[in-house]
Design a protein around this ligand. Sequence first.
Ligand code: HEM
Length: 448
Amino acid sequence: MTTIGETDEPRAARRFRDHTLAYAPGELLRWLHRRRGPLAKIGMGTAGYTYLLGPEANRFVFANSDRFRWRDAFDWLVPVDGETSMLLSDGHEHRRRRRLVQPAMNHRQIAGYVDTMTGNADLAIDSWRAGERIDVYRELRAAIRRSTLQALFGPRLAADATFFGDQLQILLDLCDGLPQTVALRRRLSTPEWRKAMAARDRVDERIYAEIEHVRAAIPGKEQTVLASLVHGTDEEGLRLSDVEIRDQTVTLIVAGYETTSAVLGWAVYAMLSTPGVWAKAKAEVLEVLGDRTPTAADLKNLRYLTNVVHETLRLYPAVVVVGRRANEDIEFDGSLIREGSMVIISPYVTHRMPQLWREPTRFRPERWDPRDPGYRKPTPHEFLPFGSGPHRCIGSSMASTELIVMLARLLARTTLSLPAQRIRPASMISLRPARGLLADVVATGSRA
Ligand code: HEM
């Protein structure tokens, strides 16, 4: 029997070899697109959905952002993110809330988070022992949660990362169903609803205490996003209310770890199940970094690993569908979309279209290499894991950096293999391995 360390290839379980996982509701949308083309209406009136599928439909929705609204498209996220979350806001309110977060997400700031990301990946890896079976998705999810809290909100909130993980999970579980189910639970005040509201109260209490702490500190002493939210002012010199600060904080924490950890889990799955990928990425990491930990300047040299991340975001976009509501009657492809209609676009469908991608369901990081014979740079309407337009993911650079840094640490320090298991992609908030992702730890190395 061979082990990973002795061969060029990881010992992926035979059943996963070169196997791209499909997400059933996403596949249904692909079928709908094949049958009906770029526009398909399901259901009646404002209770129904208008699916706008494919690159032309994406382009149309992004180019007409001002004709759509976000507020009641994401109602089911209100219990977690709050009424004033930027994700659920429109127009001026959206701009003022987003503006105060933006500086923390620029490239220079993100470069400063690399050590935090490395440290948190290392902390997880330190606890793994050769011969052990771990849920690698769950472990890395906890690492990303700590890392997000530490980078954006500082050490005090990061110290409570487990508390936030436990409480927010109760809220996320509440929302991890059909929007109608969430609304019904709310109306009937079911035990799930009450449990989630109690969890929300505990989260809020901790965040409001932290807001007070930051407010009482000497101005300029705290350099976190929370400090920007507390002390920053909008164009009219107005500050955010405490509720607005709370809602942006929870939105950033949840959006920061829920999506990124899902993609990280899929990256590990794809690398271990596609022959040659783990070995090639590992060789690159060793060549570029030697036994150093990565710095921001190294990331551009980890080209193959960057392509692995792109390819993972293509096949497993954490956000399978994005919704908006039409603000007015709109015409697309000869059909009328009535004011108030719920419009859905889908990165998942677009990213698996054979018209756009050769061998669309094959995990092939090389397709992102300009030297590859089949290379074609996709447009923003063809590759849209982070959306586009005024609500484009504010954390996209942070997420990409975190994915590359954490994968680089895994590659440098571990040898993993996939045991046979049932992996079930599930999604409401993000496309993730619902029952986790088991990996056997074949070997681990010490920190650099
Ligand atoms: C791989 C990881 C991620 C993916 C795939 C992802 C995807 C997305 C997408 C598709 C949207 C747009 C939604 C829309 O158009 O309606 C979005 C918005 C958003 N994302 Fe991400 N995201 C990721 C990571 C992050 C991270 C790390 C953060 C913050 C730390 C973050 C914070 C946000 C916020 C706050 C919004 C709302 C922006 C607004 O409404 O203006 N995301 N994300």
